[in-house]
Design a protein around this ligand. Structure first.
Ligand code: AMP
Length: 218
């Protein structure tokens, strides 16, 4: 099952990816996570990407597409994969199609998380992430037992620099301008399936699981 999760920042794509990846035993490939790891490791790729990420702008297409094409060559993607946060531009989508065609691969479904800006802003501005293990919390919706401390590993929780309000607004603007056209692109290909990103995690997970079983994808 080869999936793309599409939707604005704050739609819950990352959260669903984690649970879906566990249930269906397929890797979760998040370009945002890969880029943040590169920043953390001080890699040249990270240094180049950081300036764009901190402003809420998109990292250039050729960099991001290169990362994904290399990642898809790994053997753990043979049974399927979840692309989270990629593609984000029409160019990335076209280049992904080209790369897949060469390997006789294909995308089975694009899940579009339709989400209201109010919910997205509320989720992003309240998000806190563990510095050590990367687990995500939310100050209201998923609070840790002890404020500022990760329940899982005791690590310190922090706010992603791009989750600050002014950057969040820019990320949503970038989504509207550059990523939204992908809805039409994948609708025309007959791959798009709309779900509500405003739903609670567990409820949405059940909706998606049913879609997969109805369509005999899993
Ligand atoms: P995310 O964690 O998916 O919200 O991504 C965080 C940031 O990483 C984005 O705001 C972009 O700066 C960068 N990024 C992630 N995925 C992509 C992509 N497919 N194309 C361009 N930039 C990306």
């Amino acid at each position: 099952m080869n999936l793309i999760l599409l939707g604005p920042p704050g739609a819950g794509k990352g959260t669903q990816s984690v649970v879906l990846s566990k249930k269906y035993n397929i890797p979760h490939i998040s370009t945002g996570d890969i880029l943040r790891e590169s920043v953390k490791a001080g890699l040249p790729l990270g240094l180049e990407a950081k300036a764009f990420m901190d402003k809420g702008e998109l990292v250039p297409d050729e960099i991001v597409t290169g990362i994904v094409v290399e990642r898809l060559k790994k053997t753990d993607t043979k049974k399927g994969y979840i692309l989270d946060g990629f593609p984000r531009t029409l160019q990335q989508a076209v280049d992904l199609d080209e790369a897949l065609k060469k390997e006789s691969g294909r995308i089975d479904m694009v899940l579009y998380f339709e989400t209201s800006p109010k919910v997205a802003i509320e989720r992003l501005s309240g998000r806190r992430v563990c510095k050590k293990c990367g687990f995500n919390y939310h100050v209201k919706n998923i609070p840790p037992k002890k404020e500022g401390v990760c329940d899982k590993c005791g690590g310190v929780l922090f706010q992603r620099p791009d989750d600050k309000e002014e950057t969040v607004l820019n990320r949503l603007k970038v989504y509207e301008g550059q990523t939204k056209p992908l809805i039409e692109y994948y609708t025309k290909k007959g791959l798009l399936k709309k779900v509500s990103g405003d739903m609670m995690v567990e409820d949405l997970f059940n909706v998606i699981s049913k879609i997969f079983s109805d369509m005999k994808l899993a």
